[in-house]
Design a protein around this ligand. Structure first.
Ligand SMILES: *[C@@H]1O[C@H](CO)[C@@H](O)[C@H](O)[C@H]1NC(C)=O
Ligand SMILES: *[C@@H]1O[C@H](CO)[C@@H](O)[C@H](O)[C@H]1NC(C)=O
Ligand SMILES: *[C@@H]1O[C@H](CO)[C@@H](O)[C@H](O)[C@H]1NC(C)=O
Ligand SMILES: *[C@@H]1O[C@H](CO)[C@@H](O)[C@H](O)[C@H]1NC(C)=O
Ligand SMILES: [Zn+2]
Length: 464
């Protein structure tokens, strides 16, 4: 039976309202890339190194834009800040475009759905068979395409709390990162590429402080809404910005709002990036609409679940955000109790996966393994963050599972048909096509049993 359903999801207030934009974004969004128009550095402070930048404690001063030469040198070869990435901006190199062309023919034929703000109205999807392992609809984290890796959703060790902070880097967060240093606590930071170019020294501080860095796309869209080209560019340019500003090539990413399916996973894996989700959500960004007490209940619920033994076999990865003063305050309030209860450790995802060398630059950045962490080691050897504006195109290694080896030697060669993935579920592509055709032709739709319950989950739990 082909079961069809309509999905209409609320769009995210803070994304839609432009809460993410600030003066520098506006400068770049105008696509002038004219560094001479940027405001002069604030004289009273050292805004040239992360060590100087982290000394600033006045949030207004922290959030005064500064000019950073290594970013000025590269900004023209990136998509516009905080706009959906694509490959059309004037300065984007032929090499970067060639990487996409080498990959495109192998990408699973799954249609984009909805828009970048998460409006899925009118989208038709077979939620029963879930042909594309679309997380937003079914919370699927085990891809239907056999060769794709499962999403990472939890920490394996008992009573561990995988500590993740999304949406950085940002100005005005020095006090919070000072606090994390004071308790010697490290997290996984999911960085938005546009923020990395806007706040490069703050980005460097995160790495210098010993946190693990992963990508959170270029401009924070619902990824399944994008074309192949846009989805590639969102991931590629976030990864490239992190390389050119921090000096590391990341191999992990988290989809904004969790919105991922097998097409997006395929592109991410081709770019050598593992998809990281979560299995507990504080909903912390929602304090703005729900109030702090409501979010405290969510934190408390995870703590209560721990007390009840929910994590005696394996731990959690918890979704929390840097974003703003409220989310940082909640984190600071609860960390002491979390550290007390989660005796397996409160740790970055790489450490809970026992992955000591999470970046392509392996031996230069060594994190503790799980046993070392449990014994109190918080860092083994981490090279200083180093802007590398001349690093050019990223060469992606053969571990990429997209079936295409993207390297200097092969980018201009079209991939062979044999590189195209085999679907686990035969015919899933055609059933998707049928669903799309039915939607276009306005065919009558059978509603999935239990849809309302699912819809309730989506409507209340989606904005991430
Ligand atoms: C990429 O592939 C899709 C089909 O999967 C096609 O529609 C699109 O035109 C291709 N883009 C480019 C730039 O070749
Ligand atoms: C706590 O456990 C309950 C029951 O399994 C679950 O419904 C709830 O989502 C958990 N709380 C959090 C915040 O994960
Ligand atoms: C940066 O932080 C400020 C204050 O904490 C917040 O209002 C703003 O939304 C943040 N910007 C981004 C891009 O997260
Ligand atoms: C973690 O990796 C180390 C080697 O780096 C190994 O000795 C240890 O058994 C691993 N621990 C776990 C929990 O997998
Ligand atoms: Zn996010």
């Amino acid at each position: 039976m082909l079961a069809l359903a309509l999905l209409a999801l609320p769009s995210l207030a803070w994304a839609a309202s432009g809460a993410h934009s600030h003066p520098h974004s506006a400068v770049n969004a105008a696509a002038t890339a004219a560094t001479s128009k940027q405001p002069a550095p604030t004289a009273a402070y050292d805004r040239t190194t992360w060590q100087g930048e982290e000394q600033i404690k006045d949030p207004n001063a922290e959030c005064t834009y500064y000019s950073y030469p290594p970013v000025n040198a590269i900004i023209g070869s990136y998509p516009a800040i905080w706009k959906t990435a694509d490959l059309s901006a004037a300065g984007i190199s032929a090499d970067d475009k060639a990487l996409f062309r080498a990959l495109n023919a192998t990408i699973p034929q799954i249609q984009p759905r909805g828009d970048r703000a998460g409006n899925f109205q009118g989208v038709v999807y077979d939620g029963n068979s879930d042909p594309d392992c679309w997380w937003t609809y079914t919370r699927c984290t085990t891809p239907k395409i056999a060769s794709l890796q499962d999403d990472v959703t939890k920490c394996d060790q008992p009573n561990t709390w995988g500590f993740t902070l999304d949406d950085g880097p940002n100005c005005s967060h020095n006090a919070y990162f000072d606090y994390l240093n004071s308790i010697n606590q490290k997290a996984t930071l999911f960085y938005i590429g546009s923020n990395v170019l806007d706040w490069p020294l703050e980005a460097q501080r995160g790495l210098a402080d010993g946190h693990e860095i992963c990508s959170h796309t270029w401009s924070h869209p619902y990824m399944t809404s994008l074309t192949n080209e846009q989805a590639f560019a969102e991931l590629y340019f976030s990864k490239k910005a992190i390389k050119q500003v921090l000096g590391i090539t990341v191999r992990c990413w988290r989809p904004p709002y969790g919105d991922v399916d097998d097409r997006i996973r395929f592109i991410a894996e081709a770019l050598d990036m593992r998809t990281i989700i979560w299995n507990a959500d504080t909903d912390d960004y929602n304090w703005v609409t729900q109030g702090l007490p409501a979010i405290r209940k969510n934190y408390q619920s995870i703590l209560n679940n721990q007390s009840a033994g929910a994590y005696d076999d394996s731990g959690v990865i918890v979704l929390t955000h840097e974003i703003d003063a409220g989310t940082m305050q909640l984190s600071q309030e609860f960390l002491p109790q979390i550290m007390k209860q989660f005796t397996g450790g409160v740790l970055p995802v790489a450490v809970c996966m026992n992955n000591t060398e999470p970046y392509v630059e392996q031996s230069s950045y060594v994190y503790p393994n799980y046993a070392q962490w449990a014994a109190g080691t918080r860092s083994v050897s981490l090279a200083a963050p180093t802007a590398a504006p001349n690093s050019g195109r990223l060469i992606l290694d053969a571990q990429a599972s997209g079936g295409v080896t993207i390297s200097g030697a092969t980018v201009s060669t079209a991939p062979s048909a044999s590189a195209v993935k085999q679907m686990k579920t035969t015919g899933s592509t055609s059933s998707q096509a049928a669903a799309t055709t039915a939607a276009k032709s306005g065919a009558s739709q059978a509603v999935v049993p239990g849809l309302l319950a699912l819809f309730g989950v989506l409507a209340t739990g989606l904005a991430l």
